[in-house]
Design a protein around this ligand. Structure first.
Ligand code: OGA
Ligand code: ZN
Length: 389
């Protein structure tokens, strides 16, 4: 046990247990919090799920008796019930409740989940995996999924150019997200397309389906045929663009992260709408999403005094997204696939001429939580293997 996780003494005070650590730190734990998080099997199931109802605990609960055991554990015998809780020093240390301790844990988690923002320089080092390798080896799959987590984008090569393979790739890490476009959809020129993706027009970089709630957080596109002239792919890191926009103008960042904007999709069978901000922020105020799709965005509902400023912010963002300094560009050949984090990395294509050749992609959606879950299980299992080797 390190000096910092060694408990020197515990003192009962009204409502709060005070723990004095060997390194001089002092931690306060409300009794209600301790009772609620008692590690005994009558409070928490061995699967980690809580068995007791928090609502049923007396908010004024207090100990009958508290002792520091020889193993440096804290035993609390509660008054008013036949129950004792035994907390390890490590658990108490890992759950210190000072603002500084909570901020430290938050920073540590952020460091573990750090994403790498990128621009055109990523062209020199495209994140990519090989289908045969990732389907045969957990290590290769882990490396590929980690690229998706870090860059929000990765290529997968040598995916057999057969229909349906895009869903098979999803099954390596998660679940297909079925939508009105189907489990998977064909991206090729069609007659009477309900979406401009199903034409030969160029598509400026965008996120897909911002009109859907929840928006699919992953998109995959797999190339089956690519003999047409043009149709080059581009991807742009929305988080990098947002970071640069924020540095340029905190005011524009504020407008784009607080102004509601509506996206809409409609055809004969569907009418889908969602109102959200273009820049999404999480509960900590950190950027966690971009929703950008100039094809499906609706007339802004911003009052007349603020419309000009909002347009300035929107156009500044759109111009950055359209700036080649941020472009990763490539031409998909048959059997290439790419995946994007659809709330971070925008994708687009140049126009193509389908008169002399064919361009045929298949696409599907999936969700990021499944991918991240698979990635953390793979990391845990591979670390275990390394340890036991
Ligand atoms: C799409 C799309 C890009 C392409 O289907 O959502 O953006 O390269 N397609 O055809
Ligand atoms: Zn798209």
């Amino acid at each position: 046990m390190s000096i910092e996780t060694h408990i020197e003494k515990v003192v009962e005070t009204p409502g709060i247990l005070v723990v004095y650590w060997a390194n001089g730190e002092v931690s306060n734990y409300p009794y209600l919090y301790l009772r609620d998080n008692c590690p005994s099997l009558s409070t928490i199931h061995s699967n980690g799920q809580k068995l007791i109802e928090t609502s049923g605990i007396n908010p004024a609960i207090s100990p009958e008796n508290t002792t520091l055991t020889e193993e440096n554990e804290v035993q609390i015998d509660w008054s008013g019930e036949e129950h004792s809780s035994l907390f390890s020093a490590q658990w108490l240390f890992d759950h210190r409740l000072s603002k500084a301790a909570i901020a430290e844990r938050h920073a540590k988690r952020n460091a573990m989940d750090r994403k790498v923002l990128w621009d055109e320089k990523l062209n020199n080092n495209l994140p990519a995996g090989d289908y045969a390798a990732v389907s045969a080896s957990n290590e290769a799959l882990c490396v590929w999924l980690e690229q998706v987590r870090k860059y929000g984008f990765a290529i997968l090569r040598n995916v057999p150019a057969e229909p349906g393979m895009v869903c098979k790739v999803v099954s390596l890490f998660g679940y297909v997200r079925e939508t009105n476009y189907g489990k998977l959809f064909d991206v090729k020129t069609t007659v009477n397309p309900n979406n401009l993706a199903f034409t030969s027009l160029g598509l400026s970089a965008h996120t897909d389906n911002p009109y859907r709630n929840p928006t699919p957080t992953l998109q995959l596109l797999h190339c089956l045929q690519s003999s047409a002239v043009g149709g080059n792919s581009i991807v742009v890191d929305g988080f990098k663009v947002i970071a640069d926009l924020k540095a340029h103008s905190p005011q524009m960042f504020h407008l784009l992260s607080t102004t509601p904007v509506t996206f809409r999709f409609a055809d004969q069978y569907n009418h889908i709408k969602r109102t959200e901000t273009i820049i999404g922020l999480d509960v900590f105020g950190e950027v966690n999403a971009i929703r950008f799709n100039n094809r499906s965005v609706q007339p802004f509902e911003v009052d007349e005094d603020h419309m000009t400023a909002f347009y300035a912010a929107y156009q500044y963002l759109a111009k950055l997204i359209d700036d080649e300094r941020y472009f990763v560009q490539f031409k998909m050949e048959a059997s290439d696939l790419f995946i994007v984090d659809n709330e971070r990395v925008m994708h687009g294509r140049s126009a193509y001429d389908g008169t002399a050749g064919q361009r045929f992609l298949q696409g599907t959606y999936a969700d990021r939580d499944g991918l991240l879950s698979k990635l953390s299980v793979l990391k845990r299992d591979l670390a275990r293997l390394v340890k036991s080797a």
